[in-house]
Design a binder for this molecule. Structure first.
Ligand code: PLP
Length: 316
């Protein structure tokens, strides 16, 4: 009963968000699909590009196997790039162009939708976070100091697909590893790969899905036939790939598919979501300030005069 209500509440929030996105972007989202959300500043280390390549690979899989049973997904992005960060701006353009092609494809319909919601800020975050089913926290291990949207999303009943990076580590400990979709290299493994002199080439060769996704971008398929528009992205990925998108790609695709299959079982999914909500209490402002007071400030709670407290309560 509780789990059914939790599912229903999430559905209500998704419908509200779909209405908002319809009004602001004109894109129609199916509220029954799994809402996969990546909202944060656009930066190469946060790997929006990995998320985008997974979407392209998923799109190509649906096109090649039109009758395949695959749970419906809605992928939502939001975030700003620093004004002078040309590569990040180009990533935004790529996600928008991929969304445009996929959302217009009549063969795909409601099985796959993509939207980059513009003007990310706290107001938009307040609408997106309660409507998220899956929280995308996929920075290369060793690059994110903490992250905070990962906490906000878990606290609001999204499950995380994430690397063992930043506060994902503590979130996974608190909510339980069985309620967290972990993938990707660990920090020491990243260091080993880097120390050996990382070359993305062999990883692309070993992943036909990744190779085909890159070739589709290079063909101009998402840029009205213009093969140059996204050349800087693919060129950098093929030659440098400083955040090891190509290494983590296959594991990310497989783990995302596992999450989508798990989403089909509403009761089990809602139970996992509830473990996230409860576990995330560790990141509440009450718990955090209490921890600061004891560990950093060495402060004891001030004794409160019962009469003053009664007075405060009366006026509250
Ligand atoms: C929480 C939040 C962030 C930080 O997100 P991270 O995923 O931790 O980088 C940025 N912008 C807004 C509007 C937020 O609410």
């Amino acid at each position: 009963m509780l789990l059914q209500q939790l599912w229903q509440t999430k559905q209500d929030n998704k419908r509200d968000l779909a209405r908002l996105i319809q009004a602001t972007t004109g894109v129609t989202l199916p509220p029954e699909s799994m809402f996969v959300v990546q909202i944060k500043r656009i930066h190469e280390y946060k790997r929006q590009l990995l998320a985008c390549l997974q979407i392209i690979a998923h799109y190509m899989r649906l096109k090649a196997n039109p009758t395949i049973a695959s749970p419906a997904r809605t992928y939502l992005f939001a975030g700003k790039a620093a004004a002078g960060y040309a590569m990040a701006k180009l990533h935004i353009k790529l996600i928008n162009d991929v969304a445009d092609v996929i959302n217009r494809d009549p063969e795909i319909g409601d099985r796959l939708k993509v939207c980059f919601v513009p003007n990310y800020g706290v107001t938009l975050a307040q609408a997106i976070i309660p409507a998220a089913d899956l929280s995308v926290q996929i920075s290369l291990a060793g690059t994110e100091a903490s992250g905070t949207s990962n906490m906000k999303l878990a606290m609001n009943g999204a499950l995380t697909i994430g690397t063992l990076d930043g506060a994902n580590v503590e979130i996974r400990d608190e909510v339980g590893p069985e309620n967290f979709f972990l993938f990707g290299l660990r920090t020491p493994e990243v260091e080993v790969v880097r120390a050996r002199g990382y070359d993305p080439g062999p990883y692309i060769e070993r992943s036909p899905a990744l190779g085909r996704a890159l070739e589709l971008i290079e063909s101009g398929f998402f840029s009205l036939g213009d093969p140059t528009r996204f050349a800087p992205i693919v060129e950098k990925l093929r030659t440098q790939d400083p955040y090891m998108v190509c290494v983590d790609f296959e594991d990310y695709v497989a783990t995302e598919e596992r999450a989508a299959v798990a989403f089909q079982d509403k009761v089990t999914w809602s139970r996992m979501a509830l473990h996230n909500i409860a576990g995330a209490s560790r990141f509440s402002s009450d718990a955090t300030i209490r921890q600061y007071a004891s560990e950093i400030w060495d402060l004891k709670p001030a004794p409160v005069d019962p009469e003053v407290l009664a007075d405060l309560t009366r006026h509250a």
